[in-house]
Structures are given as C-alpha cells and as structure tokens.
Design a protein around this ligand. Structure first.
Ligand SMILES: Cc1ncc(COP(=O)(O)O)c(C=O)c1O
Length: 388
C-alpha cells in the first residue's frame, strides 16, 4: 500500500529531536524554528514531558469518558490558573479542527442560531464546519459549502458593524484568530477584537477565539486575544497544548451551560493526553516560557527590522512573520538546505517563525546570522573583491 499523497514534503527523515534541534538519519543537525507547525511549545522530547508520559503509560493509557478521569480535573485546574481563566469550563478533544467544530456547534446549541461570521484569510481546520469558516476555496469540498457562513474583511470594524446591524439577530458566532497563522501572520487589531466582543454582547452572539496556533503562551500572553483586554466566550486550543502529543480542547465561559450528550468524543481527554498536557503547562510555568517568548521574540523582531531586504516584520512573541521580495524567493529553501534551519511559510511570500517557546538567544542569533548570509548570497550588497 502507498500513502495517500496529499503533502508536499521536504526530502528529510528526522529520527531524533531535542529542545530546538532535530537530527536526520545521517546525523545532520537542524535548528527548528518551525516546531512542526507551531506544535513544539516546550521543546522537543522535553525530559519532564517524556517522564510524565512514560509514568502514565505504565499505569493506564486510555479509558473512555464513561468513567472518572481525575487527570482531566487536574488539567482543567492547571489550565485555568496558567491561562488566567479559572472560571471557564474545559472540554477535551484531539485536534484544532475538532476544537473549532465543537466551539461552533456549542455556540449554535447555546443561542439556537445558524449563521457564523468569519474573516478573509482565516484558517480554522479541515473538518466540515471548521473548513466552511476557512477562507480558502481549495480546502472546501462541495459537501462543505453552506450559506450559513458570512466572510468579512479581517480587521474591518465598519464592515462587521454593518453586518451585525443587518443580520445580528441571526448570527450565532464570530470566529477569529488573534493572529492569523496560515493566512500569513496578520495580527488582529485590539479595537477589532473589542468590537467583536461588544457586538456579540449586544446581539447575543458567541465570540470564539481560535487560539489553536496563536495561543498557549506563544505571544507572551496565554491567549493572543488577551492583548485586546476583553474575554472571548470560547477559546479553542490544540498544537502547543501537547508539545506533539495529540490533545486539544475548548474552554467555555461560565454563562454557557453544558448539557449531557451535546458534545462528546472517544479519545478526547484520555489519560495519556492529559499527562502530556499537564507536563506542558507545568513546564511553561516552571521555566517561565511566556517571558522567554517575549524576550527572544523581541530580539528576533529587532534584528529582523534591521535587515533592509526583508519587509513587514510582524507578529508577537514567538509568532513572527515577514515578507520576502521576489529576488529572495529561494530564501526559505536555502535556509533549510544551506544552513540546516527549518522555518515556516505562508503563501505567497511570507516566512513564518514558530519555534519552541524555550528557544535560546544563541539559537536566535544563529538564525539571524544565517539569514543575513543567505540574503547576501541572493542579493549581494557589496562589490565582490575580484571586481574592485
Ligand atoms: C488557527 C488554526 N486553527 C485550526 C487549525 C486546525 O488544527 P488541526 O490541524 O489540529 O486540525 C490550525 C492548523 O494549522 C490553525 O492554524
């Protein structure tokens, strides 16, 4: 049997990983500023995470949600503390798309409405509702098409206000990333998020903060939406939550009440997933990783802003993007093959940095030096010695 070929891949086989580094089968070392798509939050194979999972594996790995799983309550308490939302309620699932799917469904159960507002360049996942609120026609199959989704321009407060004035009574939810990831690292304006909050309050809609990529401390605050100083009704999370162990969840504001059977999952919240997620939160707290994300993120942004050949450096903490002009279009590829550095991208011309929150200053320096070297090779600024 062959694999169903849906991924364009780099021809590299990674066999070992530690902290911000990975190694291929030849023993070559790579610096990982991509984190397997923003997943590696506390560092590859972090010893606390490994031992937490190993210890749990020896006891019990899985049982369904038909019994008490005290680890779930421990995780809820820890998450409430670290995120600063102790009065929210946790529902556990397995992936980002599933988290958004559940959030949108819960909003609709809550207010009995059908319409959802989403934004240009949004990405919320591949399952039916999650992909329906994703602004990329290539991912939407005919069966996912629905008239219930209204797409508005991102950060356009006036368009949002007009939409609510016209059909606010029908709108179930507004779903928005605090920083659009796949869309190219576009930061939601604080005034825009405040407007979403106030319109949802005025019209009885649910504000869903997709924090799958921009959450879990990556920006220096637990949820990047928190920069606006208002709370969402539901936050969705995945990626960094398990540091590579598949675990996801939504946290739900206290005014939204649970009903038996409205949501459910077989695997979500299993013992092993909870152990992995607890290890991540314990490490974020213990190693003050949100502070590190701010510090190293600032260093990277300052340095990137001083490189004249790249444009529009943006983002928060360790979620950073910049535009690459046409003459540097091979930069990402060259960083990988010449410098052994993984970075992320967003089409058509954005390089995305999504490293572990434990990225060290020396690693950030290595990246900046490598970046300058590769830019110089592509667009030399000084006259080569033999032409002087
Ligand atoms: C903002 C956002 N939401 C949802 C998802 C979907 O997550 P998953 O791939 O775990 O389903 C992603 C994945 O990239 C994402 O970036």
């Amino acid at each position: 049997m062959n694999l169903f070929d849906v991924y364009p891949i780099n021809d590299i086989t990674i066999v070992k990983a530690k902290g911000s580094y990975v190694w291929d089968e030849k023993g070559d070392q790579y610096l990982d500023l991509y984190g397997g798509h923003a997943v590696i939050s506390i560092g590859h194979t972090h010893p606390h995470w490994v031992s937490r999972i190993e210890e749990q594996l020896e006891k019990i790995a899985f049982y369904s949600n038909s019994i008490r799983i005290p680890l779930q309550q421990q995780l809820a308490e820890k998450l409430g503390k670290v995120s600063g939302k102790p009065d929210y309620q946790l529902f556990l699932c397995n992936s980002g798309a599933e988290a958004n799917e559940n959030a949108l469904k819960l909003a609709s159960f809550h207010n009995g409405r059908k319409k959802v507002v989403a934004f240009s360049k949004s990405f919320h996942g591949r399952t039916s509702l999650a992909v329906a609120v994703t602004d990329n026609k290539n991912y939407v199959a005919p069966v996912n098409e629905t008239e219930n989704v209204i797409f508005l321009p991102f950060n356009d407060t006036a368009a949002l206000t007009t939409c609510f004035k016209q059909q606010g009574g029908e709108i179930s939810a507004v779903i928005v990333e605090g920083i659009q990831g796949v869309g190219g690292i576009n930061v939601a304006d604080e005034s825009f998020l405040k407007k979403i909050r106030s319109l949802c309050d005025d019209y009885g809609a649910v504000y869903i903060a997709d924090s799958v990529q921009c959450g879990y401390g990556r920006t220096g605050k637990f949820f990047s939406h928190d920069f606006a100083g208002v709370s969402a009704d539901i936050y969705t999370m995945a990626k960094g939550m398990g540091n590579g162990f598949p675990v996801a969840g939504i946290i739900v504001a206290p005014h939204i009440k649970p009903k038996h059977f409205q949501l459910g999952t077989t695997f979500g919240g299993n013992h092993l997933a909870c152990a992995a997620a607890l290890a991540v939160l314990e490490t974020i707290e213990e190693e003050k990783l949100m502070g590190n994300a701010v510090m190293i993120g600032k260093y990277l942004k300052d340095e990137l802003n001083n490189i004249p050949e790249i444009e529009n450096v943006r983002g928060r903490g360790l979620m950073i993007g910049f535009d690459v002009p046409e003459e540097l279009k091979d930069l990402k590829k060259n960083l990988l093959w010449n410098q052994q550095i993984f970075t992320g991208e967003a089409k058509p011309n954005v390089i995305r940095l999504l490293p572990s929150l434990a990225l060290k200053k020396k690693d950030a320096e290595q990246f900046i030096d490598a970046l300058k070297e590769e830019i110089e090779k592509l667009v030399p600024t000084s006259t080569p010695a033999n032409q002087e």
